[in-house]
Structure formats: structure tokens, C-alpha cells
Ligand binder design. Structure first.
Ligand code: IDP
Ligand code: MG
Length: 148
């Protein structure tokens, strides 16, 4: 019949992002998506969703036990987010450059976190830190078929 080959997920060409509740509620979604597209990323999948505390806790499982974990889980479930899978060559590193440092105060001028982040927690957007996590995080929100 037809062979399902999600090849693009395996070759460093995808990353995963979320527009966090603070940026979404302040009306920055359009501007952030425009910056992402203007930087050469193709949106492969996207949706607005509200995470439960349980879902947010599970997404950020890797940070469980860190001092900011509870605050992060409460914040990420405090309102709607936009989750998206992005495609570009060298996607993970390229996107981390576009968003800037975790702390908006330390982010380079012109980066998304510098422009739209408030503080270390409410830093406007998420970006995957590795190809492996990009695939895991994309799969948390989207079935593979949505990425074709
Ligand atoms: P990253 O988002 O730049 O990859 P991580 O260290 O993976 O940064 O942390 C995940 C998220 O947890 C950050 O984006 C931020 O929202 C939150 N966070 C990280 N460190 C702190 C902190 O020291 N205080 C409050 N929130 C933090
Ligand atoms: Mg991270």
C-alpha cells in the first residue's frame, strides 16, 4: 500500500517549539510565528492547546526535582499555548539561536526571548535542545501522520 517514512524527523531537520502562556495571552503569537517563518522555518504541524498540570509535568519530566519545576508546571498549564513542529536545516541549533538565552535579560538583541520574554520563567517560547528531544517532544503533541 504505502510505506510510511517519517524521514525528516531523523536527520536533524526538525525542532519543536511552544509559544508559552504569557506570550500567547499578550497577543505575541502572530509576531513570533512571523519571526519563525522569516528565519526560514517551515511549520510542519501546529495547534493551540491548554495543558493540564499533569501534562505539563510530564512534558518537563526531565526537570523534575529542580527548584523551578513546580513553578514551571503551574505556569505552563496556566493558559493556552501554541505547539508547533518546525523544519529547517540544522533546526535545533538554528532555532536556539533565534530564540536566544533562557533568561531574556541575557538573550541577544533581536531574539524572540529578548523581544517577548518577561523573565527566566516567562521567556516566551520553548525550543528543543537536541534532535532526539525534538522528536520526543513533537510526538508528545502530534501523531506522526500530522507531520507528513
Ligand atoms: P531552555 O528552555 O532554554 O531549554 P531549560 O533549562 O531547559 O531552558 O529550562 C526549561 C524552562 O524552565 C525554561 O525555558 C524556563 O521557562 C524555566 N526555567 C529554567 N530555569 C529557571 C529558573 O531558574 N527560574 C524559573 N524558571 C526557570
Ligand atoms: Mg530546555
Amino acid at each position: 500500500m504505502f510505506a510510511f517514512k517519517p524521514n525528516f524527523t531523523m536527520n536533524g531537520k526538525i525542532t519543536f517549539t511552544m509559544i508559552k502562556p504569557s506570550a500567547f495571552s499578550q497577543g505575541y503569537t502572530g509576531q513570533i510565528l512571523t519571526m519563525i517563518e522569516n528565519a526560514g522555518f517551515l511549520i510542519k504541524a501546529m495547534k493551540k492547546v491548554r495543558l493540564s498540570q499533569e501534562q505539563a509535568g510530564s512534558f518537563y519530566e526531565i526537570h523534575r526535582g529542580k527548584p523551578f519545576y513546580e513553578e514551571l508546571v503551574v505556569f505552563m498549564s496556566s493558559g493556552p499555548i501554541v505547539a508547533a513542529v518546525l523544519e529547517k536545516e540544522n533546526a535545533v541549533e538554528s532555532f536556539r539561536m533565534l530564540i536566544g538565552a533562557t533568561d531574556p535579560a541575557k538573550a541577544e538583541p533581536g531574539t524572540i526571548r529578548k523581544l517577548f520574554g518577561k523573565n527566566m520563567g516567562e521567556n516566551a517560547v520553548h525550543g528543543s535542545d537536541s534532535d532526539e528531544n525534538a522528536i520526543l517532544e513533537s510526538g508528545f503533541f502530534f501523531p506522526a501522520i500530522d507531520l507528513l
